[in-house]
Design a binder for this molecule. Sequence first.
Ligand code: NDP
Length: 466
Amino acid sequence: MSDIQPTPAQEEGTTTTVITATTHLTLPAHPVPLTYDELNPRSKPVEFLGPIGTGCISILAPLFTYIFFYTCNDAVGCTPTTVSGWKYAWSLVGNFPSEAGYLWEWKSFAVYSGWYAYCIACWKFLPGDKIQGNLLRDGTRKTYKMNGLYTLLLTLGLSLGVLLNPGGIELFTWLYDHWVPLVSSSLVMATFQALWVYGYSYFNGELLALGGNSGNFFYDFFMGRPLNPHPPLFPSFDIKTFNEVRPGMILWLLLNISCACEQYLRLGTITDSMWVVILFEGWYTIDCLIQEHTILNQMDITTDGFGYMLSMGDLTWVPFTYGLQARFLAFKPVHMGPVWTTVVVAIELAGNYVFRQANNEKGNFRAGKNPKKLEYMTTERGTKLLTSGWWGRSRHPNYFGDWLMALGWCLPTGFSTPLTYYYIIYFVILLVHRQMRDDEACRHKYGKDWDRYCEKVPYKIIPYVY
Ligand code: NDP
């Protein structure tokens, strides 16, 4: 059975705070209810170069997570520049001198599973607003419990308790010391979830993602067949939104703290570069959880299915590759000095300003508020599009701010290796591809109104440049 929650009218009498996500979907008037097949038409396997592309990414993305470790660690340095260096790095795979590089360890798997279970318990038992998601194709809405921020605050409080206790700093380096087995554990979890939701979606009659129902396993497994999967008997637990900002994002912050502890134990101090990285990336996580409800309007939630792209991305890629800068600084400290620190802080603050202003302008506007009295155009679909402020300067100003912040996370690692800059290169690819997907989706949604908008706002991401 579908896990769709009742409409607002049906929910009368509820005692929780109910807020409704704001992106609108105009449903065609159907005199008779659509059948399952009509609601879930076959998709064309065209994204990411089709099944071959999605198959390759499914293999390469986890592989790169391991490569980032084995080519950048205190045994080989970062990164090998000679053939013998690369051979040595390769020889360490499965043969690493410490547990940090073991490919598998049951203890780490138990800890990772415990962490995931803890996040579920926080979702279940901590208080949180009930927020209604966007209108779905079948005319219903799902209700989401939003308490990621409380999960984060509890976790940070517990972490502080550990750190302030004698031996706490040493204990916290456990994560740094079990990096690869934790990567493997998260991959097992991500693969299991993606396989399970794929298989289960054939039996429970749930709503499918329009882009993940091609009939080709390699494509649908990656893109995500079900739109809003949940475990059997727990319809209120939405696996996709849960994974989006909790077990991966918060773990990323904990991994960064663990790297800072490692550096402290080695140096007796924490360098300015490490402070900058953990504070900026930490703030990104905190900010994301403060704004948790806004994910309901993101493409991942409204459009994409839940498959390996999201399970692996959320659980493995985000914490373990976004944590590369801090891990590098743990064994290769960089002292930036006041001038370089000021430059990096200025870039970060500029990025944060654009990111937050742009997201606030759209968030407020979609919530029916327009405090800056920004200009907008009305579309035939009924939805309005901002044409001034940040959304008048480019069609994705928030991506530009996000990328500038990413640059601020990489610069503190200095210039001894290109590897720690992988993030800004990967992020350009991700954001440009995402912009193309969103543009396509908006053209589909808004038709010629979107062309009118593009004429008014010709720049895609960087105002006056691209
Ligand atoms: P956006 O926040 O840019 O949202 C795109 C949607 O906004 C469109 O589909 C459209 O939906 C609406 N929209 C577009 N133009 C306008 C306009 N002029 N006025 C009002 N609404 C408009 O994209 P994402 O959901 O991709 O990203 C959300 C945030 O997440 C971004 O800040 C991004 O940087 C970040 N992000 C971070 C990642 C990471 O790994 N760090 C990965 C991906 C995203 P509609 O009209 O239906 O409302």
